[in-house]
Ligand binder design. Sequence first.
Ligand SMILES: [Zn+2]
Length: 591
Amino acid sequence: MDPKDEIKQKLDILDLVSEYVVLKPSGSTGFKGLCPFHSEKSPSFHVSQDRQNWHCFGCNDGGDCFSFVMKMEGMTFPEALMHLGKKVGVEVRRLPTAETNTRSRMLQANDLAQKFYRKVLIESTKASLARSYVETRQIPFELAERFGIGYATDDWDTLSQFLLKQSFSEGELVQAGLSMRRKQGTGVIDRFRHRLMIPLRDHHGNTVGFTGRSMPGDEQGPKYMNSPETPVYSKSHLLFGLDLAKRPTRDAGFIVIVEGNLDVVASHKAGIENIVASSGTAFTQEQLELLKRYTSTIVFAFDSDAAGLKAAKKGMSLARALEFDIRAAILPEGVKDPDELVQTNPDLWKSLVEHSVPIMQFLIAHTTRGRDLKQIDDKRAVARELLPALGEMSSVVEREHWLQVVADLLQISADQLRPSISTSSTSTTSSTSTTSSTSATSLTKSEKARRLLLGYIVKTPDAFDTFRKRLEKAFQGEELWITLYKLAADTYDSGSQPAQKTYFSRIQDLISGHPQQASLFALLDTSMFMADETFQDLPPQKVLEHIDQLFCMLDEEFTSQKRVVLARELRQAEATGDSATISALMSQLNE
Ligand SMILES: [Zn+2]
């Protein structure tokens, strides 16, 4: 069997989509949830378990499991095939392109390195210092295992030698960021030496690089050293811990953002798994877009003197533009990071995360601290710091709320303050999410009626013969509809073989390969989901009444269109004095 078909047979689209979207039952066999591809408040994203496909009425987009992961994970079709194949245990032969080859070699090398470092930490006699360091950091075995933590010994080239024996070339090891060329002579040496090794994994769980933490007492080199950028590791795209945070984030409805990778590890011990680290770098657009797939609420963690605030501000602006709800969890005074707090009071850290405050509340408290708001200079300074944040808020309600709070604080009226807020900068980046929700509702009545009729008949093929005449009439006029109806009718007429296939999937078979297959598939899909929506809760008698109304509506529309055409022809005939045509047209009009 073709791997594509085999994957489709083994995979349930409901399981797949549920990894990213909270779905609730809708009707007898359908599910719906908030669309992961556009921003919305009420769910217009539908999944059908019967048909194994999805459709969003907001972005008017839909498809099968492959199109879903392609869109969700930004993958090409071959990548989606590999990804889903791995999920359900279907072997997909690797594509022999140079690029995918390099990528997979880099991933293999990093994966082997991770296993090597891990084994060294657990077993090697040279790792006793590292083992006791892990112990003092209170990282239990299970936790170290979950994050794949290991140790690079103080030797020059143990990892390099190991990987060279596994048929990797020196060039590949350098390219993977694991080895460096010797400055003198030939050969390679290990990049990481005498460091605790924390694997950096992408959101699929592939090891793409490492953070090496220096050992206590070792002052050589930086405290944290990361892999260089490689074909598989990009600093600006990676969020540490996201591979483990996806499901917990969906369950909790928010994600916590901390600075250090070890803060993430420690938080897991406190039971907080919906957490990621930006690995000490400023937050990027790419990272936030990645997060947006899983949640719309982010909680930044700050120490109480907010040393990290400055770095986080750029990230906050980006997050506001992407319409995130931003909150803050504030560490108690004197505690420098979540890692430290977990060692002394894990429950407190948990409670701070659960009781996060709106970011503005935190910014106001932080900005006004130690300032005298009766003094004009202090007032001005506070305004200068807070107004840009107000300007970035895309929600008018939210902006007005905080504007009032700030105005009260500065003891001036909100009306006086409002003109100083510039709101122009936010509207550009988020425009895609606000304009896309109209496409499905902007369908004309007759376009909607045709979709419902087609959806109905595909769901209820037994009614085909009863309605055949009316259906033919309903789908006349437009080429794409004529084609789709004809395919549906042909499928029906060719009988219900093979028996294990539904009428719907037999129509799909006929469509595939058609020159207009993309448009036809899209039209069929929307029709099915619209029919689900409209008919699923109605008793059969009501459905039939509804169908009858749709036919009547289309009939009337055709009649009135025809009347317009006849009237125009009649006027032309009258102008030329063609009496025979006039009387023929008159009788047609009366009819
Ligand atoms: Zn959508």
